[in-house]
Design a protein around this ligand. Structure first.
Ligand SMILES: *Cc1c(COP(=O)(O)O)cnc(C)c1O
Length: 380
């Protein structure tokens, strides 16, 4: 079976994890600090705060802004459900906005209609690695005192206006889950240019402590910490950070290979009536997920997935729509026609670093056979 995704993990990561274990320092410590510095620099941010996942990072970002019950945060429904849930954790209300069909992302024109005088933030997602037009959103939001938070879970190595996604971000949250391009098993990071926010985020991830546990150990027994506010345990371990540092050193190679394979998919798809994810005019995607829209008249998405599976290709449904899940049943929402078409009519094809051209050819023939067979059946 050709998998949809396979993380690029090798001996170097195994050795780095083992070294962290042998050092005796396994909880948040020097490797986390180094990973924060190197990761933040790679995405063009001043500060990085490592956390246990992107989900907990998003929660901290919303919490940091003092957003809570009675407040609204605009999110795309077309996203992994953690985007909307992070708002709910604070007691605030996620308000779903529709997305652009070309990018799968919120835009100023989809967000504007759902803003109210209770909107405190917009959480924009760079969905599947395709950069969102953040400057246009900031131009809409900032005059109204609305903060733009970036859910950059998928966007490491993507670019916007010639710079890494994350450059000039007020607050961006990243994921190191194995489904993303860099992995630490589980893990996340919040980046920001605001030094005060970074200090508070570090406190919020560590029980509200005035001195981090690592600094307390290094400083000897005289340092007694205080607990300045009710906070969380969202720390990353040094074992994870050790793996993350090795992964980060492979990022450029990972992006180059994915873009090469994506370009080849585009060539192979030419003339088939299938449209696929592409770079928007203002940036480049890391092709974290290579999604395609099924052509007009093509069979049901589930049938296509089943047909591909029969032929040894593990594809996946396109991005989910949170408002259609039981967890959001009864949650009020404006109509989301593009989101609903997107989630029903897209699917994700295999794309991973070690994928060979012959595996890619196998995916393409499975796809054309599946589309062809089912169309014939329809005709009969
Ligand atoms: C994967 C993902 C998340 C959650 O990331 P975790 O690190 O697994 O918590 C959040 N938002 C988006 C858009 C994602 O793709």
């Amino acid at each position: 079976m050709i998998p949809v995704m396979r993380p690029l993990l090798g001996e170097e990561e195994a050795l780095a994890a083992a070294e962290a274990v042998r050092s005796g320092w396994v909880a948040q410590g020097p490797r986390v600090r180094q990973f924060e510095e190197e990761f933040a620099a790679s995405v063009g941010a001043q500060h990085g705060v490592a956390v246990s996942s992107c989900t907990t990072g998003l929660h901290l970002a919303v919490h940091l802004l003092g957003i809570g019950p009675g407040d609204e945060v605009v999110v795309p429904s077309l996203s992994f459900i953690a985007t909307a849930n992070a708002v709910r954790y604070t007691g605030a209300t996620p308000v779903f906005a529709d997305v652009e069909a070309s990018t799968g992302n919120l835009s100023a024109s989809t967000v504007e209609p759902v803003l109210t005088d209770r909107t405190r933030a917009v959480m924009v997602v760079h969905q599947a690695g395709v950069p969102a037009d953040v400057d246009a959103l900031k131009a809409l939001c900032e005059p109204r005192g609305i903060v733009v938070i970036e859910d950059a879970a998928c966007a490491v190595g993507s670019t916007y206006q010639g710079k890494p996604v994350g450059t000039n971000a007020l607050l961006a949250a990243w994921s190191f889950h194995p489904r993303k391009l860099l992995t630490t098993g589980e893990g996340g990071m919040v980046t920001t240019d605001d030094a005060d926010w970074a200090v508070r985020l570090k406190r919020l991830r560590e029980h509200g402590m005035s001195v981090s546990a690592a600094d307390r150990h290094n400083g000897g027994s005289a340092v007694i910490e205080q607990y300045l506010e009710t906070a969380f345990n969202y720390r990353m371990t040094d074992i994870q950070a050790a793996v993350g540092l090795v992964q980060l050193s492979k990022l450029d190679a990972i992006i180059a290979r994915r873009r090469e394979l994506a370009a080849r998919y585009h060539e192979l798809l030419e003339g088939t009536g299938v449209t696929a994810v592409r770079d928007p005019e203002y940036g480049t995607t890391n092709y974290q997920s290579f999604w395609i829209w099924l052509p007009e008249g093509a069979p049901d998405r589930q049938e296509v997935l089943a047909g591909l599976a029969e032929r040894g290709v593990s594809a996946r449904r396109g991005i989910m729509a949170s408002h259609l899940e039981p967890a959001y049943e009864g949650h009020p929402s404006a109509p989301l026609p593009v989101t609903e078409a997107f989630t029903a009519r897209t699917l994700i094809l295999p794309l991973f670093h070690d994928m060979t051209e012959s595996e890619q050819d196998q995916v393409m023939s499975a796809l054309s056979e599946t589309l062809h067979t089912v169309q014939m059946t329809v005709r009969v």
